[in-house]
Design a protein around this ligand. Structure first.
Ligand code: ASP
Length: 440
């Protein structure tokens, strides 16, 4: 058995055992698992395993985008790759949101939601003072313009070093992108700098390979931590129809739409490619974070998936922060569901606002756990603004879906990463590596 197969099987076992351990703990302690257990699992999963992935993230992004851009070289080709990449991101996110809106309007999961349960969840959320409540509160009032300003301020970094120190990905990507182009423009003098970054990238990828050996245990701890707090049976409780809507939507998008796109534009057998990308997809499922998964996505896409270096190094880092099909779909379903719970039926105008703002909110969401839950505020406020009058959804309504969010986050993060991987494979056709150039 090759060492990579060994890791893959390990991650799979980690996922299954993690779910079992979490459920056993949840049942054993009747839903009140002692802090000691939760802290232990969180230490292994978050502090240790995800800490290692995050450790390599900034040097990885900086070096990969820079080397990727420089290796594409020719500015007109770079423009073509950049434009196609962005077009792919936005069009697939839009498709995802539309699937979400159609499904949630058809299934109507919020129609007969228990009103007492609803009000209890809202009051509890308002009074909780939890981190989630503070983040939702902090995001409120920013409006659509606030969201645009926030994204733009990240795209134009006033201080790239500070952004890197704070672990912000988008500013680092922009700076590396510009710097990569400039290094090509200055020619000979830029070459030694490029060589240094090529070395940094190669070393970081080696490190990622080593970190992957720890993935089985990391994923086990993370999944056990999530399930121990939520309990899988809760998925079949009053929110079951909502859960079904999100999961069916993600399945349609991830298992039918994206494969079709890949087949049509990437001329690739999509399910074989999905299989090749399994390490990254399982890590996404376990970590709830596209960013933390990024090192694994880059590594797996090149080693197994036949993605060109140029494409993987450029498309995947950008995708991990910008392209979130799963989150976009989820935000649309969640918002319409919450309005349904409050008996507010949305018209065509509001649904169109949701399509637009959910896409923007997904772009603005960082690739970290539960980011989508917070940027959802933008969507809710935009719809409230359009409805006007007293028919508005209280932001605390988010409390209704908070409890099971983490498990849905695992599913949407997997689709987010899958969307990035599909994009990278398609872009490989227009930016192949020279040694295994493919017909464009
Ligand atoms: N956890 C998601 C990701 O990292 C973002 C979200 O939807 O919360 O891709």
């Amino acid at each position: 058995m090759s060492k990579h197969t060994f890791v893959t099987i390990g991650i799979l076992i980690g996922l299954v055992l993690g779910a079992i351990l979490g459920e056993v703990l949840y049942q054993m302690y009747d839903g009140a698992v002692p802090d000691g257990w939760l802290e232990g699992l969180s230490f292994v999963g978050k502090t240790f395993f995800m800490g290692l992935l995050k450790m390599v993230l900034i040097p990885l992004i900086a070096s990969s985008v820079l080397v990727g851009v420089a290796s594409i070289g020719d500015p007109s080709k770079l423009g073509r790759v950049g434009f196609t990449t962005l077009f792919y991101y936005f069009s697939t996110m839009l498709i995802a949101v539309v699937i979400g809106v159609v499904l949630v309007s058809t299934i109507h999961p919020g129609g007969d939601f228990d009103l007492a349960l609803r009000d209890e969840a809202v009051t509890e959320f308002e009074a909780s003072g939890s981190t989630a409540q503070q983040r939702v509160g902090g995001a409120s009032g920013t409006g659509l313009w606030g969201a645009v300003k926030n994204i733009t301020s990240q795209i134009v970094p006033s201080n790239p070093v500070a952004a890197a120190a704070q672990g912000k990905m988008l500013p680092v990507i922009t700076f590396s992108l510009i710097f990569g182009i400039v290094l090509i423009v200055v020619g000979e003098k830029g070459k030694p700098v490029l060589r240094v970054f090529e070395g940094v990238f190669a070393a970081i990828m080696k490190l990622v390979e080593w970190i992957l050996y720890l993935a089985p245990i990391g994923v086990l701890a993370l999944v056990a931590w999530t399930v121990a707090r939520i309990g899988t049976l809760n998925l079949f409780g009053p929110l079951s129809m909502y859960v079904v809507t999100v999961i069916v939507g993600l399945l349609i998008h991830g298992a039918i739409v994206l494969p079709l796109v890949l087949w049509a534009f990437g001329k690739t057998n999509p399910y074989r490619y999905m299989w090749q990308m399994k390490d990254a997809l399982m890590t996404a499922f376990g970590t709830d974070s596209s960013s933390a998964t990024l090192p694994v996505t880059i590594e797996t896409s090149q080693r197994e998936g036949g993605v060109s270096k140029k494409s993987a190094e450029f498309v995947l880092p950008l995708g991990a922060t910008v392209n979130m099909d799963g989150t976009a779909l989820y935000e649309a379903v969640a918002v319409v569901f919450l309005f349904q719970c409050f008996g507010i039926e949305l018209g065509m105008t509001e649904l169109l606002i949701i399509v637009f703002t959910a896409t923007l909110a997904a772009v603005g969401a960082a690739g970290i756990p539960s980011a989508g839950l917070v940027t959802m505020v933008i969507v809710v406020e935009a719809v409230n603004g359009s409805l006007g009058g007293d028919k508005v959804l209280p932001l605390a309504a988010i409390g209704i879906i908070l409890g099971i969010d983490r498990i849905l986050d695992m599913c949407r993060t997997t689709v987010n990463v899958w969307g990035d991987a599909v994009g990278a494979k398609i872009i490989t056709r227009i930016a192949p590596d020279d040694e295994h150039a493919q017909p464009g």
